[in-house]
Write a protein that binds this ligand. Structure first.
Ligand SMILES: [Ca+2]
Length: 191
C-alpha cells in the first residue's frame, strides 16, 4: 500500500509541470528493440475503481488488445475512458507491471493514435528498482491523428537494470466524448 501512495504522490506532483515534449521529432540512431507491440498478448491493466480512494483521477475503463489500428503488426493497445463529470480534473492511468532489464536503453519510442476531436495530455513514466523509484520520462500533448513520441531515458541509466512498471497517464481535464479512447503500439527501446 505504501508503494501505491508514494507513487500517487509523485504522480500528482509531476503533473503540475508543463507539457514540454514535442511529438513526431527525430528518432535517434541506434539499435531498436520492441518492448511491447501487443502481438503476443496483453500485459497491461488500467487503474480502476479501487484507485478512486486516492483521488479524482481514475476514469480509465479498459486496456484492450485491438485490431482497429496498429503501427506494428496487426494489434495495438486500446485505452478506454469512462464518461467523466464536467468538473473532473484527470482522466486515467494504464500500466504494465513486470520485471524488465532495460540496461543500456537511451530512448523509449511509442506510437499513438488519437481518433478523437480532442487533444490528450499524456505523461509517460517508469518505476524502477525494489524502491519503485519514480522516473518521469516526459509529458506531451497528443493531438488527433497518428503521432509518435521519443522519450529520453538517460537520466535514469543506473535504475534501468530493474524496471518494475511502465505507465501511461492521461492527464486531460474537461469534457470527453462518451467512451473516449486512444491507442498505443510499437513501444520500443533504442540502445
Ligand atoms: Ca502491434
Amino acid at each position: 500500500m505504501k508503494k501505491i501512495i508514494t507513487f500517487l504522490t509523485i504522480l500528482m506532483l509531476s503533473c503540475t509541470g508543463i507539457f514540454a515534449q514535442e511529438v513526431d521529432g527525430d528518432i535517434p540512431d541506434g539499435a531498436s528493440f520492441v518492448f511491447d507491440g501487443f502481438e503476443k498478448g496483453n500485459y497491461w491493466i488500467w487503474a480502476g475503481f479501487d484507485w478512486h480512494q486516492y483521488g479524482d483521477f481514475c476514469y480509465a475503463s479498459g486496456a484492450n488488445i485491438s485490431r482497429e489500428w496498429a503501427s506494428e503488426g496487426s494489434h495495438s493497445l486500446e485505452m478506454t475512458i469512462d464518461e467523466m463529470p464536467p468538473d473532473a480534473k484527470k482522466a486515467g492511468i494504464w500500466f504494465y507491471d513486470g520485471t524488465n532489464d532495460m540496461s543500456g536503453s537511451k530512448y523509449m519510442v511509442m506510437d499513438f493514435y488519437n481518433p478523437e476531436d480532442i487533444t490528450y495530455y499524456i505523461d509517460i513514466a517508469i518505476q524502477a528498482t525494489s524502491g519503485w523509484n519514480w522516473c518521469d520520462l516526459g509529458s506531451f500533448a497528443l493531438p488527433k491523428g497518428e503521432h509518435y513520441v521519443v522519450l529520453s531515458m538517460e537520466k535514469f541509466t543506473e535504475r534501468l537494470y530493474d524496471v518494475k512498471r511502465v505507465l501511461i497517464y492521461n492527464n486531460t481535464a474537461g469534457a470527453y466524448p462518451k467512451d473516449a479512447h486512444f491507442f498505443v503500439d510499437n513501444i520500443r527501446l533504442i540502445k
